[in-house]
Design a protein around this ligand. Structure first.
Ligand SMILES: *Cc1c(COP(=O)(O)O)cnc(C)c1O
Length: 384
């Protein structure tokens, strides 16, 4: 039985409904960077891709004021921002973000995955943080504009991409507590290799029982920096104990699995059923999660979105009833979970090799993203 979700799922524009990128780029007119990375600087970055340390030559921006709405859309040189120290984002954390990737296909073209979903989620996050919505086509236009001018930064090697980071911040210089009257939308890009340095290898997870990242009525369904800030101390403590990632439990009962700090979680039963926590309002609805659910349904598998209690899960792992677990998100795609531990328990899910369902999903999804396999749901959108 699947638990019905009280939270409306994100309705995403399919790529087929969006205007072509070439029709959108002009919405963010370009001021070229007079001092782009030199060839040696560029070569050094592209030869050693890691996650989120180097950035492309440009960024996209637009301003919003309460009186005039969105204005000053532009593509500008990447560089420091000039903000008042009183800018509201520094004090009250009024901020949202997104994460997508631009993938280079074999023919040299550049594509992104379900930008309409991310545009819709950005606006859902905006509503929760009392920020103005950005028209979905402008969100997609910003991706197209940056990918067009910075296409040399989209790497071509296996597993690499240009990570796209749209975000919105409250820039108004005002220390009163209310929704800001001045904001900025920005998009920056970072050429990245695989997220986990060890590649597609099972990771160890610490289940936090004394910290929560979100609570009922909080911001858990929004993609906002505050939720990440809440996850950093437990993540650091888990790391010090020798674990790679943290899984959080629900704050109301402290008994069921919600998600990792920035990835959704799945359980594969030995009978082939696949389960993931239902969207209760305290879980971020991942685009990778949604795509995986669709791929599993396409393959005729039984898929359940429901409450996953920790105590029975531990028994099912120990008895072999649970065969695989994995986490998923845009940055790391799909990460097998090999070990689940917390105060008073420590169980092994996968001894060395990732499971077959996990591997198959990883292959199918990345094949679609890199243009190596048909895209039956129109998920891919051509940027360049
Ligand atoms: C971004 C994010 C995810 C993953 O979402 P994707 O759209 O798959 O990248 C999962 N959980 C949290 C908390 C996130 O912020």
């Amino acid at each position: 039985m699947s638990t019905p979700s009280p939270v409306a799922t994100l309705t995403a524009l399919s790529a087929a409904e969006l205007p072509a990128a070439s029709e959108l780029v002009a919405r963010f007119p370009l001021t070229p960077n007079p001092a782009p990375a030199s060839d040696p600087e560029y070569d050094a970055v592209m030869a050693h891709l890691s996650f989120g340390v180097a950035f492309s030559d440009h960024m996209v921006r637009a301003r919003w004021t309460r009186d005039e709405g969105w204005q000053a859309h532009r593509t500008a040189p990447f560089g420091p921002l000039t903000l008042s120290p009183a800018a509201a984002v520094f004090h009250y954390g009024q901020e949202i973000f997104e994460g997508l990737k631009a993938y280079r296909h074999d023919d040299g073209s550049v594509w992104t995955f379900r930008p309409g979903f991310n545009a819709a989620r950005f606006n859902a996050s905006a509503r929760r943080l009392a920020l103005p919505e950005l028209p979905e086509e402008d969100f997609v236009a910003s991706l197209a504009a940056l990918a067009a001018v910075d296409q040399r930064w989209v790497p071509g090697v296996e597993g690499s991409s240009l990570y796209l980071r749209p975000f919105m911040i409250a820039t108004e210089a005002f220390l009163g507590v209310r929704s800001a009257h001045e904001l900025e939308y920005l998009l920056i890009a970072s050429p990245v290799g695989p997220y986990f340095v060890n590649g597609f290898q099972p990771v160890s997870i610490w289940v936090a029982q004394d910290f929560h990242r979100v609570g009922p009525g909080g911001m858990g369904a929004a993609k906002t920096g505050g939720n990440y800030a809440a996850s950093l101390l437990p993540q650091q403590e888990a790391y010090d104990k020798g674990f790679e990632q943290v899984c959080f439990l629900d704050a109301a009962t402290n008994t069921h699995l919600e998600e990792l700090g920035g990835m959704n979680v799945f359980v594969v039963d030995a009978d082939g059923t696949v389960r993931t926590p239902a969207l209760t309002g305290t879980i971020l609805e991942g685009g990778t999660r949604a795509a995986i659910l669709q791929l599993l349904r396409d393959a005729g598998r039984t898929v359940r979105e429901e409450t996953i209690e920790l105590a029975p899960l531990l028994e099912q792992i120990a008895s072999g009833q649970v065969a695989e677990m994995f986490a998923c998100g845009t940055a790391a795609v799909i990460t097998p979970i090999g070990r689940l531990a917390g105060e008073g328990f420590d169980v092994t899910v996968a001894d060395c090799a990732p499971g077959s369902v996990t591997t198959e999903l990883y292959t199918t999804l990345t094949d679609i993203q890199y243009g190596r396999r048909a895209d039956p749901h129109d998920w891919m959108y051509r940027l360049v």
